[in-house]
Design a protein around this ligand. Structure first.
Ligand code: 17E
Ligand code: FE2
Length: 427
């Protein structure tokens, strides 16, 4: 175990390709330069591997994680059956249950290099058990991970009488972000009203906004324009995030092109969740079948900030998931056809720096002098190679402390009696 006070990481490869040493003092990055003089008591030889800022999970639901099959599995594979099953599981939530599953999921994430997480937590409940638990978890893990809690009314702000109040109560209790789900409000008018209410609350309590927006294949689901308009008028801009926005993939191009201009003006962030939405969406299509993902490539080409999330790990919406952000980036790369080299590199950015921008944590994120020494090390030499091979994260470091390491798999061959040991980096 390497202690946090003083340390030099030797022979690091940065994402820019530069070869440098990195000096850590009292948990912060003190110097980045080629061949720093030997003066730290401890050294870690990185052997030319890639040193990156940590992965960022910008959209997950920790309250429902690890509940797949409880009380039953999702047979239709739709968002709506998922909401129904979750509605059956919700009455069984206790603090101990939520805490155990959230901590287990966070540990999965941290061991794979994710140190910054934004979780949505359902507040459409009779009480705020899950929300209060996640706020406690946020404090309990703060020395290791940064957790942002979104107060998320899964059944709509106006679906039941008490939810609007519970949403506000969640903010009073300390939720970091106001959430919403306008496409699931009972009427279009309620959806519009819910977006206005979310902006009102965000301004009153000085919180960020992250709305589940237009997560449906309906080309008439158009709450994104309402979110953009509110972001422009309020000036909240980059403090606002639109999650999912899968209907954007179904809009006609005439409307989509007009909207893109408004989105550029708004400067809001986008989160796509390709693993989930490639399975949830398109369920009412026969063939041709839609891909159920927002216009990630075009948003990125228009200079808008797009990050990626897992959304689910083993829950009523998605029974798979291992906490690996590279699975998410890899799926995005394929489904959005981002196969050009710059596009592949951008998919890596979407689970790192772009996620940090969505979370508005850039002041504490990145490999820069003075910032906390939070970093991960890949046995690979470029973003491209990380995504092509998807190796495990070799080292995870928090404020100069090594908190997790994973040994690479070694393949052993037996060929005509000779043993060959192949380095996994040769694959
Ligand atoms: N709730 C929702 O509205 N949409 C989702 N994709 C999940 C939960 C996972
Ligand atoms: Fe979600």
């Amino acid at each position: 175990m390497i202690e946090g006070d003083r340390l030099i990481l030797r022979d690091c490869r940065l994402l820019t390709g530069e070869q440098v040493d990195i000096q850590v003092e009292e948990g912060r990055i003190a110097a980045i330069a080629p061949q720093l003089p030997r003066e730290a008591p401890r050294e870690l030889n990185v052997q030319g591997h890639l040193v990156s800022p940590p992965l960022v999970e910008s959209h997950i639901h920790l309250d429902s994680a690890l509940t797949a099959g409880e009380p039953r599995y999702n047979q239709s594979g739709t968002l709506f059956e998922g909401i129904q099953i979750w509605g059956e599981r919700k009455p069984q939530l206790t603090r101990a249950d939520v805490k155990q599953r959230a901590m287990a999921t966070l540990k999965q994430l941290a061991s794979q290099g994710v140190l910054f997480v934004r979780t949505h937590v359902d507040v459409s409940t009779p009480d705020l058990t899950a929300l209060q638990t996640l706020l406690e978890v946020r404090e309990a893990i703060q020395d290791c991970m940064t957790l942002q809690v979104v107060a998320f009314p899964q059944d709509g702000i106006y679906g039941e009488v008490q939810t609007a109040e519970l949403l506000e109560e969640a903010l009073k209790l300390g939720a970091d972000v106001v959430g919403g789900i306008p496409h699931y409000e009972l009427t279009r008018e309620d959806g519009v009203r819910s977006v206005h209410r979310i902006f009102e609350l965000a301004q009153q309590y000085e919180r960020l906004i992250d709305i589940h927006c237009d997560e449906i294949d309906d080309d008439q689901s158009r709450f994104l324009e309402v979110v953009a308009a509110c972001a422009i008028r309020s000036g909240l801009g980059e403090r606002v995030t639109a999650s999912h926005t899968t209907a954007f993939g179904s809009y006609n191009n005439a409307y989509a092109n007009k909207l893109m201009g408004f989105l550029r003006r708004s400067q809001i962030n986008f989160v796509a969740n390709p693993l989930i939405n490639i399975t949830l969406q398109g369920r009412t299509d026969t063939y041709p079948k839609r891909r159920g993902i927002t216009r990630v490539k075009e948003l990125w080409q228009n200079g808008l900030n797009v990050s990626l999330g897992q959304d689910c790990i083993q829950d009523p919406w998605y029974s798979l998931g291992t906490g690996n952000m590279l699975d998410v980036a890899y799926m995005a790369l394929h489904v959005c056809q981002m196969t050009g080299i710059e596009e592949i590199n951008a998919c890596y950015d979407m689970v790192t720096t772009h996620g940090a921008k969505t979370l508005q944590i850039e002041d504490n994120y990145g490999l820069e002098i003075g910032k906390p020494a939070n970093l991960i090390i890949w046995q690979a030499d470029s973003k491209f190679e990380v995504l092509r091979r998807r190796p495990p994260v070799r080292y995870v470091m928090v404020r100069g402390r090594l908190i997790a390491q994973t040994q690479p798999a070694i393949t052993t061959w037996e060929l005509e009696g000779k043993r060959l040991n192949l380095e996994p980096s040769n694959h």
